[in-house]
Design a protein around this ligand. Structure first.
Ligand SMILES: C[S@@+](CC[C@H](N)C(=O)[O-])C[C@H]1O[C@@H](n2cnc3c(N)ncnc32)[C@H](O)[C@@H]1O
Length: 354
């Protein structure tokens, strides 16, 4: 059958949008890192004035502005030769907030730097070690999640869990598995001084950053260690165990979930923040967050899991699979909560003894 010309034309337009979005993402990253958006948010300016404000070379700034204006990100007044960033756009492109998309745009650039390694996995198999992604966690992705934890972790994510904030206030033993650079632990340790917090991650660099922040925040009730979650076997049980965006990255998630269950006190609770998608591909069609999350999973979660001998569960394991694996690990009471981010949900897991 001959292709339907209207459908081909429509798909051509879709592809143009995809290519344009790819380039604009790179340019948004430049605007974020060079301070151009912050400079533009201070008010309308010519390309020369904007270049001076941001201490950059005008010729490059002018070409960037051309893409920003024609891409619908900034506006241009030809009469005065001035460019402006609407306040509504500045709200999503500037500031130390989780709404600022600049760090995420930057992290996609960093993920692009491991493309050759990931492409090699397509032909040769194997994975990409987490150490090759150091810049990703230090850069955009890490920055985005830091703001999310600052703004939403205590009240937005954990607040709705029945009884949890009261227990944290009273003083309990908490473990965060796959803590990365440790900001979530440090935020909680600062907010709940009567509780003690252990953060554990397999990545040495991340734990060094976590420890540096703990020292800077002067938190005697937090501690970090390099360890493999699959070896978890604490001397004393924990009252609360958390895993934020970390279980699907594990080489052996089934083993880790079982270890978590065994490491909990009888009335303990496991809180797992993860992606909010369906397990079946067909049920994710139409979800606007799905292509991005499948892509990040392909470029980060799957190859890092496979690099450590895992099966590459990936970020798109989905709620049905997650719930099944939690039940297999022995959690008899699993409640799924919505979170302040539509692309994440939170599993609150207990056993019948709790
Ligand atoms: C996407 S990051 C999330 C980090 C942190 N929880 C956050 O929200 O910022 C996943 C983390 O899981 C860690 N991880 C992966 N496999 C691990 C293992 N076997 N044991 C401990 N940590 C592991 C990675 O090193 C990484 O820091």
């Amino acid at each position: 059958m001959d292709p339907d010309p209207d459908r081909t034309r429509a798909f051509g337009e879709q592809l143009l949008g995809i290519l344009t979005g790819g380039v604009l993402t790179m340019l948004i990253g430049i605007g974020h890192r060079t301070g151009l958006f912050a400079a533009a948010a201070r008010g309308p300016a010519t390309s020369m004035e904007l270049a001076e404000r941001a201490e950059l070379h005008e010729r490059y700034v002018r070409e960037w502005l051309g893409a920003m204006v024609t891409g619908g990100i900034m506006e241009y007044d030809p009469a005065g030769g001035r460019y402006s960033l609407p306040a509504e756009h500045a709200a999503l492109l500037t500031g130390a907030t989780s709404r600022n998309i600049g760090p995420a745009a930057s992290s996609l650039r960093t993920l692009g730097s491991v493309l050759p390694q990931v492409e090699r996995c397509f032909t040769d198999g194997g994975g990409v070690p987490i150490a090759e992604y150091a810049a990703v966690s230090a850069g955009g992705l890490g920055e985005t999640w830091r703001h999310i934890y600052d703004e939403h972790l205590v009240d937005g994510f954990l607040g709705p869990v029945p009884g949890l904030l009261e227990r944290l206030r009273a003083g309990v033993r908490v473990l965060d598995l796959g803590c990365g650079t440790g900001h979530a632990v440090n935020v909680l340790a600062r907010r709940f001084p009567r509780s003690t917090f252990d953060g554990l991650d397999i990545a040495t660099d991340a734990i060094a950053d976590a420890e540096a922040e703990r020292t800077a925040f002067d938190l005697p009730n937090a501690a970090f260690a390099v360890a493999d979650a699959a070896d978890l076997a604490p001397d004393k049980p924990y009252d609360v165990i958390t895993a934020f965006d970390a279980i699907h990255d594990q080489a052996a998630p089934e083993v880790v979930l079982r270890r978590i269950r065994d490491a909990l006190a009888p009335d303990g609770v496991f809180v797992m923040i993860d992606t909010k998608f369906a397990t079946r591909l067909e049920d994710n069609v139409g979800n606007p967050y799905a292509p991005l999350s499948y892509g990040v999973s392909l470029l980060f979660c799957v190859p890092t899991s496979i690099a450590t001998g895992g099966s590459g569960l990936g970020a798109m394991w989905g709620q049905e699979r997650a719930t099944e694996m939690l039940a297999d690990a022995g959690f008899t009471d699993v409640e799924v909560f919505d979170t302040p981010r539509p692309q994440n949900c939170m599993y609150v897991c207990r056993t019948e003894e709790s």
